[in-house]
Design a protein around this ligand. Structure first.
Ligand SMILES: Nc1nc2c(ncn2[C@@H]2O[C@H](COP(=O)(O)OP(=O)(O)OP(=O)(O)O)[C@@H](O)[C@H]2O)c(=O)[nH]1
Ligand SMILES: [Mg+2]
Length: 521
């Protein structure tokens, strides 16, 4: 069995609110997977998107967890992951970035480059992930296009190479100049942007009088760009020196078809991946994959737990027995599921670049590698230093069983880190988070999904360092410090503040106290 269709696997990333979920919806709409955007119409028109399926996401209008969508477009298979922008959930976003070949970065035309956007650009640069930039919300007043290009160049040190250029300033979006063909792509609004926006392509000499002024401006700026070495160069893009830029209004569905075509034309296909020890896995080698996310609660009707894996090499076949790299033991998979937001479909095969959900895979944890043939283990996915700590206990002691099950599940998903110690026992574990909104997610899901409301109470700690079993012994009873253990076995020493952490390290030079990567903002 082989599926020769090429894959494109990418994440949509940005500062909160730039329009990632709206764009994700628009991309699916254009690929004709869904026929109308915003399936549920609330007061303000479109309220929900396929990727924001969680009730808390719909209630707050923000993304809380990343969502995968697989769909066909032309002769390609697209694997897209919409990520949450809020820095409290950045651990999830970073994990997704370990599983994709490129990223679509959204910039809100009215706001320019925001802090989380800058941070994500850096992460992509460090990891060698090519970035396509989409200037979004061009239907609303915003910065000038050339000014935005300047900001990208100066603040990100990436050369922007626009592939389309807006016709009409921000707030007066008529269409774009396709810089590769010189044509005018003229857009027409549809009611609420709920359906695909019709677009008309025309050569420069057919531009109508009503658009002539703004067209002339666009042509002039396009020529300026060409003279300034701002034309696309595939090698420089893949090397992370340039970023192709497009202009869009995700809400109006403008620029979305061009983005899909661009992804097919320019975004990298799945390629060779290195294991922790430097061993290379080519896409046509034997099967290998790694888990970058665990999620449950997608279907209220039955208990579900999906381990999201990125296929790195070979073919996955239903029922395959693979090796679980962390234990070296055989692991019998059942079938895999293709995911579209909260909807899943069983599939018999999956191929490199695909993001699939493994069902009944309780043994699989975030970061785990599975393979057949020659052993391979992919690098661990990042975990961040928690900076917020709470103890959790069941509000209703009679629901302790539900409590334990819920906490265990949320721990496996990485919604928060769950820390334990003999001293504290199991009744009220410590929840550790990068940002406080993670606790709200725990509270909401414990109540609504696991039927066990919880009480949280704040602990006076702010800093975590990695230590080991000896460190745990040495630091027992130390002031302003406590050592707890994560479920993956890692010991964390947590401190009331930075000063205490530094002083403890100074007073205990033999104790391992290692800083963890900082998450959050
Ligand atoms: N005017 C206008 N509004 C937009 C556009 N795209 C998105 N929005 C609005 O911006 C708000 C945020 O959109 P989302 O798609 O939820 O943004 P997001 O980037 O997914 O946000 P997080 O996932 O929370 O980081 C919503 O109210 C959208 O309707 C656009 O092109 N134009
Ligand atoms: Mg979102």
């Amino acid at each position: 069995m082989s599926d020769k269709r090429p894959r494109r696997t990418f994440a949509v990333i940005s500062h909160p609110d730039a329009g990632k979920s709206t764009l994700t919806e628009a991309l699916a709409l254009h690929a004709r997977v869904i026929t109308e955007a915003g399936a549920v119409h609330g007061k303000g028109g479109r309220r929900t998107t396929v990727s924001d399926w969680m009730s808390m996401e719909q209630a707050r209008g923000i993304s809380i967890t990343s969502a995968a969508l697989q769909f066909d477009y032309r002769d390609h298979v697209i694997n897209l992951v919409d990520t949450p922008g809020h820095s409290d959930f950045s651990e999830d976003t970073y994990r997704v970035l370990s599983a994709v070949d490129s990223a679509v970065m959204l910039v809100d035309a009215g706001k320019g480059l925001e802090p989380q956007t800058l941070k994500l650009f850096k992460v992509c640069a460090l990891r060698g992930i090519p970035v396509i930039t989409v200037i979004n919300k061009w239907d609303r007043p915003g910065l000038a296009a050339l000014e935005l290009m300047d900001l990208i160049e100066k603040q990100i040190k990436l050369r922007p190479t626009p592939l389309t250029w807006p016709v009409g300033e921000a707030g007066d979006f008529r269409g774009v100049l396709d810089r590769r063909t010189g044509e005018f792509v003229k857009y027409t609004r549809t009611a609420g942007g709920a359906t695909r926006a019709p677009e008309r392509r025309m050569p420069a000499d057919e531009v109508e009088a009503a658009d002539a002024d703004v067209w002339a401006d666009a042509v002039e700026e396009h020529e300026l760009l060409a003279a300034d070495d701002a034309d696309h160069d595939q090698a420089r893009f893949l090397a992370g020196e340039t970023t192709p830029v497009m202009f869009a209004s995700a809400l109006q569905n403008f620029g979305v078809a061009q983005l899909l075509d661009l992804l097919l034309d320019l975004a990298p296909a799945p390629h060779v991946t290195a294991g922790v020890d430097g061993t290379l896995r080519q896409v046509d080698d034997e099967f290998s994959a790694f888990v970058f996310k665990v999620q449950s609660g997608m279907n209220a009707a039955h208990r579900d737990r999906l381990a999201y894996a990125r296929i790195v090499s070979g073919t996955f076949d239903r029922g395959m027995v693979v090796t679980h790299a962390s234990t070296g033991k055989p692991f019998a998979t059942k079938y895999a599921q293709a995911v579209f937001g909260r909807e899943v479909t069983s599939i018999d095969h999956a191929f490199p670049g695909d993001i699939v959900g493994f069902v009944n895979a309780q043994a699989l944890r975030v970061g785990d590698t599975v393979y057949t043939g020659d052993p391979i283990e992919f690098p661990p996915v990042p975990t961040f230093a928690p900076e917020h700590f709470m103890t959790a206990s069941a509000s209703d002691i009679g629901r302790y069983k539900q409590f334990r099950r819920g906490i265990e599940q949320l721990d496996q998903e990485g919604v928060v880190q769950v820390l334990r110690s003999d001293l504290r026992g199991d009744q009220s574990p410590v929840l550790a988070a990068v940002g406080p909104m993670q606790f709200e997610v725990v509270q909401d899901r414990m109540t609504n999904e696991f039927n066990s409301p919880i009480r949280l109470s704040r602990l006076d700690y702010q800093v975590a360092r990695r230590t080991d079993a000896e460190g745990a012994k040495a630091l027992a009873g130390a002031r302003g410090c406590e050592v707890l253990q994560r479920s993956d076995g890692t010991h964390l020493a947590i401190f009331t503040d930075q000063w205490r952490a530094t002083a403890t390290a100074r007073d205990n030079p033999d104790v391992m106290l290692e800083a963890l990567p900082a998450g959050g903002s």
